[in-house]
Ligand binder design. Sequence first.
Ligand SMILES: [Cu+2]
Length: 300
Amino acid sequence: MSLTGMNVEHAGRRGLALGAALLSGLTAAGAAVANTSNGYNLMPGVTDISRDIYALHMEVFWICVGIAVVVFGAMIYSLINFRHSQGAVADTSMRHSTKVEIIWTIIPVIILVVMAIPAAEIILKMEDTRDSELSIRVTGYQWKWQYQYMDAAEGINFFSTLSQDSNFARQLHSGIDPRTVPNYLLDVDKPMVVPSGTKVRLLLTSQDVIHAWWVPDFGAKRSAIPGFVNELWFKVTPGKEGIYRGQCVALCGRDHGFMPVVVDVRTPEEFKKWVEAQKTAVKQAAAIPPEPPRSAQLLN
Ligand SMILES: [Cu+2]
């Protein structure tokens, strides 16, 4: 039996209906697994922004899966059912169809608009650094970070460098197995400390080359460029206090891989205590008289 044009059209419609059913089924499955994460997916993170990014990522992912199912489904169905050995005769009469062209232009445009609206909303939210409660100036150096606190924590200023354990292990012929070093290359001597439930704004710049500050759990990443000040904000959900790790993500030279970012998120009360302790330490350090110059020591 040969397949006529009528049969092809009928089969095509059936294929589309099958694709639509699969798409709706997959969307439901996607919603069900959206809150779980394994090592292969983005992490939902601990801030509103990171959760928004994750939700958008999953939404776009399932739209792509749906498109793939419809397109490949139609292709595979056609390849199997309308193959030459089955006696299929190619329809050579259709050269151009304005109707079809309009449909396959409008559908992708609708899909793109559906994806662009929530994406733009999240970008605007990420850029809105107004009403921040704590600002920290972050300066990138080859190869470390400097954190200078402002607002209520004004005066706290320190460098954050790769922890000694990682630094020893990374040396050529160190004889140390990196797998025995906890948080290898993701640990620092002095982490950034911030309070949870607080809108923290970072002012990023660099002293030498372009670096980039990134903590995946915060959904926060921005370049630190010499001569520019870039802004970034995050607000860790209360109850999600803990240590969060990231890295410099701009190829910034030989030791690019050795300037991790570590953020210690504490409750606002604990953060206040930390600020007081830091300020006391700064005062004590300032009270120590400086050593006289060597020439003066010799004269005495
Ligand atoms: Cu860097």
